[in-house]
Each structure stands twice: as C-alpha cells, then as structure tokens.
Design a protein around this ligand. Sequence first.
Ligand SMILES: Nc1ncnc2c1ncn2[C@@H]1O[C@H](COP(=O)(O)OP(=O)(O)OP(=O)(O)O)[C@@H](O)[C@H]1O
Length: 564
Amino acid sequence: MSERRQGLTRRLLRDPVAIVCLAVLGLIVLASVLAPLLASHDPNTSSLQDTLAPPSGDHPLGADGVGRDVLARLLYGGRTSLLGALVAVAVAVALGVPTGLIAGYYRRGFDAVASWTANLLMAIPAIVVLLVVLAVVGQNMYLAMVVFGLLMAPGVYRLIRASVTSVREELYVDAARVSGLGDARIMRRHILPVVIAPTVIQAAQMFGLAIVIQSGLEFLGLGSASEASWGAMLNDAFANIYTKPILLLWPGLAVALTVAAFGLLGNALRDALNGSRRASNKAPAPTTPAAMAGPAIHIDGDELLVVRDLRVAYDQEVVGGVSLAVRRGEVLGLVGESGSGKTQTAFAILGLLPPEARVSSGQLLFDGQQLSRAAVPKLRGRRIAYVPQEPMSNLDPSFRIGAQLTEPMRRHLKLSRAAARRKALDLLARVGIEDPERVYSSYPHQISGGMAQRVLIAGAVSCDPDLLIADEPTTALDVTVQAEVLDLMRSLQSERRMGMILVTHNFGVVADICDRVAVMQTGQIVESAPVAELFANPQHPYTRMLLDSTLEDSAPRTRQEEMA
Ligand SMILES: Nc1ncnc2c1ncn2[C@@H]1O[C@H](COP(=O)(O)OP(=O)(O)OP(=O)(O)O)[C@@H](O)[C@H]1O
C-alpha cells in the first residue's frame, strides 16, 4: 500500500464518525451474512397463531402481520437490500468508470458521444423507469437494480471524466508521456490512482441511495413476494400501523442506520482525502518564461533536428512559421518574452500540444530522417528527452522517485529491475545528489525543488537521448541552485554530446550555457546567431530591446569570454 493510501487510512481511522460508521456497517453486513446461523426461523414461513405476536423467547422481536419472525426477516432482509444495492453500485461503477476514463483521457469523438448519452440518461426520471421495468419484468428487484445502476452510471461517468480531465493536464502526466510511456501504462499508474478515491466516495453515497430506492419500491409492494426485504417489512408494518406500530421500528431503523452510515462514511472519506491532498501538496510553483528560435537556417549535414515552417494555432496563430536547427553537441537557446510562443514551439516539437491545437510543419528532420509528427511520440523518452519548468509537478506524488526513474529505463533499455536500480542510483549520484539511496526511496514531497529538478534531469538523460529539450529548467528553483543545475545540464550535455534546446527568457542563462541563440517574438524567430555574435552585434530591434532590458544591471559573461 502506498504511503499516501496508508495516510488516508490513518486519517480515516482517526475520525470517530468514520469509525462508528464502519462499525455499524460491519455489524449490519455480518448479521446479514450470518443470517442462516443467527435466525431460528425461516423468514418466509408464517404461522397464523403467531400473527402480530409480541417479543418472546421464540420470536425475540415478535412476529409480523402474517406470523413471520421479525428478527429472521430483518436479518435475511439485510441480505436482499445490501445485495440489491451492491448490484446497482457495481453496474454504475462498471459502466461509469471506464467510460469516464476513456472520455476524459482521449476526449474527441468518444467523449462527445458518451457525454451526450450521459446527459440523456440523466434527463430520464429514474423512479418512473423503475416502475415501468418492474411492471414489465414482474417482481424482479435485482433486474430493477441493474437498471437503476445504469441510470446512476452517468453520475459516475461525469465525476471520473472531470477527475481525469484535471489530472490529464498535470505536468507529471506530460512528463510520463515524454518519457515514452504508453497510454495504458499512464492510465494505470498516473490516472487510475487519482480516480479511485472519488469513485469510492461516490460509491458510498450511491449505496445509500440504492437502498432507499429499493426499499421504497418494495414498500410499494413491487419487490419479490418470496424474498424478505426491509422494504417489504415496512410494507407489512404499515398495514398494521394502528395495531402494532413497533413493527415499523426495525426495518425503519435498519434502512436509516445503513443509509446514514454510508452517507457519513462518504463524507469522512472525502475529508480524509482532502487532508491527504493538503499534506502532499508541498510542491513549489510558478515561473515566468519566454523564448524560441530561428529565421533562415543553414544546414551543414551535422544537424540533429531541423524544423521548418512550424505553425501552431488555436483561435489564432501562436507560432507562425518557426524554422530552427540544432546540431549534435550544440545548445540552442530559445529566447523571447512571455507569450512569444517558446513553450508552444518546444511542445510542438515534442508532440505534446493539447488536442485543440492545430499544428503544421513544413519539415521535421531528426537525425537525418524525415519524421512525421505521429512518429515523434515513439522517440520521446528514448531519443528526445524533456526537462520541464516545474520539477515537483512533473513527479507523480504517489510513487517513489526510484520507481519513476526506473520505469522508462526498464521499458526503453529493457533493463532488469536490479540493473535499472543500479543505473538510477549512479545517475542520482552523477547529478550531484549526495545520498542517492535515500532520494531513490523517497516520495517527491520528501525532497526539495532543486533535488527534484536534478532527479528529472537524471531521468531525462537516463535513456541516453540525442536531443534534450529543457523549458525554463531553473525558473522554479532558488537562485543559489539555478547555477548548479545549469552547470550540471551543460556538463551532461557536453559529455554525452547531446543536442539541446533551452527555452529561457534569461540572457544570463543564454550567455552561460548556449552556443547559439534564436530570439522569438510573437510566434516568430526574428534573429538567430552564435551567442557571442548576438551579444556583440544584435541585428533586430527586438533583440536589442531584450538585451538592453536584461543587461541594464549586469552584463553576463559569455562562455567564450570565460574561456578566453
Ligand atoms: N491551449 C491554448 N489555447 C489557446 N492559446 C494558447 C494555449 N496555450 C498557449 N496559448 C497561447 O500561445 C501563446 C504562446 O504561449 P507560450 O506558452 O508558447 O509562450 P511562451 O513564450 O512560452 O511564454 P511563457 O514564457 O509565458 O510560457 C500565448 O499567447 C498563449 O496564450
């Protein structure tokens, strides 16, 4: 069990309401399951001389209007009521969860059809449908509960779809995609754990509702006459309300206790879950950004990546014909102010834009091969790696660092568990983490932002990529850590001779680690040049303006100057 789930259980068990609810429900379930052992009478056998008999040794809770033992009917009735509710909830969950997952994750056509169907089902009055079903199929309450489950499924569908839609946008899901994990694995590891809690809460609420509806229908006499149920007991008690009102007490109490316990348990689960969310939300936050690259590109044969005329549009075009090239062992800085389209360009190359983005590129060449955009996902993680802006949001809080580091290596490099572990520990040491073993077995919230970024850099280079795309990789970090992380990236890049695109709004960073720089303004690259040349002799007015505003206070030294 994960630490977070243990935390949830602990929090739940500290809540007295939850404990009482669990105890009540446990007793009710146990009594129902053990009904054949606990009841000394058959629940359906009537004995006329016992009609409306008061409590006695033979009938501890008395007998009903036709002389059936009330205790036996209460115990067996629990089975019918709980089983009927279970059927309804199981149907609702079995239909709502997978459809919600698929619609939330893939959206598009399936989402449109499923959401339309859900809206339609929700518009149908459930009770009328159930009355019609029972009228048509006779007194088959389980079938009615299947139909009720079907009518509750849209509620589950909507909840799951909303949960998936929100988590789908999380950066750690993008990061998993970037590391080359397939949809099924991302769903199982990153999406499913997120929807389990709301599903359990919703199931608890639905359970109570299903018992109420089922008992209501049985109270109306629509249930099976040959099966004891709490609703049928209420029906009988109501017929004898003037002569023996106490008969209403037992089934009424059973329904009320069960429904209240499920409802309160659902609330307690929600509170416990909110508590655990708060506890695990220690991640840092935001950033700023800016930048991207290149007007006229010159190809000399050593290019790792060549992009020509890349366009990205939503309502309007946000990247308008970007062309750039990155050579092996070269760091290209993509610079520009916020909103200039740097991230959109990087994400377009990575194939990570949302479905509503319309992307076109005249040409995409990787390692000398023409690449279709559909082929890009297959290279992500393996040959093209990504280092994000916000390290914490790119790590899944539910998994230990070690698991998140080793999974892509095991998949892409086919390493054994032990070999992947060794390599992960070596990488953690290589990125300057002093106690790799501890970090390996830590959860993301147990490490600092700087360490998390080192972990992500280790992950990015773990499968020996040819190209590394880093989007403002130091913006979310403390100033003191920024320089170290940049140095680390530069040394990893040059020792592995990776091509690198570094998105940044900071000319200091450009001067520190880039070989060439491309300046981006309103979706286009307005100037591209070797770093020293650009600093010495900026051509475009926008570049001059950016340089003036950045270098006003301190002129950073270029690498060339440092080396001189
Ligand atoms: N999903 C989207 N729908 C519509 N417009 C979008 C979407 N995502 C980004 N944009 C727009 O695209 C433009 C470029 O955004 P992008 O994030 O690439 O800029 P940026 O240069 O990286 O800036 P920043 O450094 O602030 O992230 C912005 O105007 C942004 O509002």
